[in-house]
Design a binder for this molecule. Structure first.
Ligand code: NAD
Ligand code: AKB
Length: 320
């Protein structure tokens, strides 16, 4: 990037956007990072740089902002996640697909834009090998969200090959963070559990105790995203989406880790419809292609993540 290149983050008010805006505004300066979300925001997002209330389905407004701010990097984070998408099938498909087409078409027309679009472990399904899931394997997702992400991956690859659009993508695992709450996914329990451990000393989990899922602490996910976005074009050999691994654990294991810090913490289990979604996803991921192609290496394990999460959440409660 040059000093005049600006960044646009669409869906900036969500779990990932909150951390990504903070990191990019810290690194580049507030004015160079344009944040936009369907929902009006308050606080840091609006006060530390430009913010627009914007629907990604309104392609003209997205293009106008890109032109007006001389944007060269677009992060498209607006989507409906797995649990919400099962409840709102058609609107999830519309947002997840049309939002992506709008950005890919703008990038094709304007040229010179680099696009980040996140995929998910949800692209895999019950027929996929669940342990150490390879980059290339059987992909038959059974959720609305997974179908939209797999379709999106194929469209990203198509726009790269056919039109030269520089689009880059990661299949994020479940993300754990303290700045913002998650927005309607199956892995949300792994964030909620920390909040409720501090607030109530107990947690009623919507997944069974032995449900292993791939997860990652947000600082690792943000670093991976920026490393992929800044990698030389020739190093980015996969234009559908890269597997990315961090930590894999079950609710029982994360509860045991929290208990080391809050000995009275108690967990109970009441699986709901999200259990079937989790059962269709991998338990762990092989990310050797991300390691080889652009040097990916996660830093956090369950122990260091738990320590950091609890420290930040306690600080936020003390200063509230
Ligand atoms: P989120 O639900 O927390 O945030 C999405 C944001 O998009 C929200 O602030 C919402 O208001 C906004 N939005 C919704 N509709 C919009 C529209 N029409 N126009 C503009 N903004 C709109 O989601 P997130 O967790 O930050 O996820 C971001 C992306 O990363 C999504 O594509 C998601 O599928 C993907 N992803 C997330 C995770 C995770 O664990 N958080 C894991 C895998 C993939
Ligand atoms: C979800 O649970 O829907 C997301 C994801 C893994 O894509 N966190």
């Amino acid at each position: 990037m040059t000093n005049n290149d600006n960044v646009l983050i669409l869906g900036s008010g969500g779990q990932i956007g909150t951390d990504l805006v903070y990191k990019l505004r810290t690194d580049l300066g507030g004015d160079r990072v344009i944040a936009a979300d369907l929902k009006d925001q308050e606080g840091y997002l609006k006060e530390s740089g430009p913010f627009y209330t914007l629907d990604v389905l309104d392609a003209q407004s997205v293009a106008d902002i890109i032109r007006a701010h001389k944007v060269k990097r677009v992060y498209l984070l607006a989507a409906l996640l797995s649990a919400t998408a099962e409840q709102k099938m058609k609107s999830a498909w519309k947002l997840n697909m049309e939002g992506l087409f709008n950005v890919l078409d703008i990038a094709r027309e304007l040229g010179g834009l680099r696009v980040f679009w996140p995929s998910s472990i949800a692209v895999f399904g019950p027929t996929t090998p669940r342990v150490n899931t390879p980059q290339y394997t059987v992909m038959e997702p059974t959720t609305v969200y997974g179908i939209s992400k797999l379709s999106g991956e194929l469209w990203c690859e198509y726009y790269f090959k056919k039109f030269g659009v520089d689009v880059r993508s990661i299949r994020y695992p479940g993300l754990i963070s303290y700045k913002a709450l998650p927005g309607g996914g199956t892995t949300d329990y792994a964030v909620d559990i920390y909040h409720q451990a501090l607030d109530k000393g107990s947690y009623n989990c919507f997944l069974k105790e032995d449900t292993a899922l791939p997860m990652m602490y947000m600082p690792d996910a943000i670093r991976a995203t920026l490393e992929l976005m800044e990698a030389p074009s020739d190093d980015v050999k996969i234009r559908s989406s890269y597997n990315l691994a961090g930590i894999s654990f079950t609710p029982e294991q994360i509860a045991a880790e929290i208990k080391k810090h809050i000995p009275e913490f108690a967990i109970s289990y009441e699986p709901d419809f999200r259990q079937a979604i989790a059962d269709s996803w991998p338990q762990s991921i092989d990310d050797s292609r991300a390691q080889q192609d652009w040097g990916w290496n996660p830093q956090y394990d369950m122990e260091s993540m738990t320590k950091d999460m609890l420290m930040h959440l306690k600080e936020a409660r003390q200063s509230a």
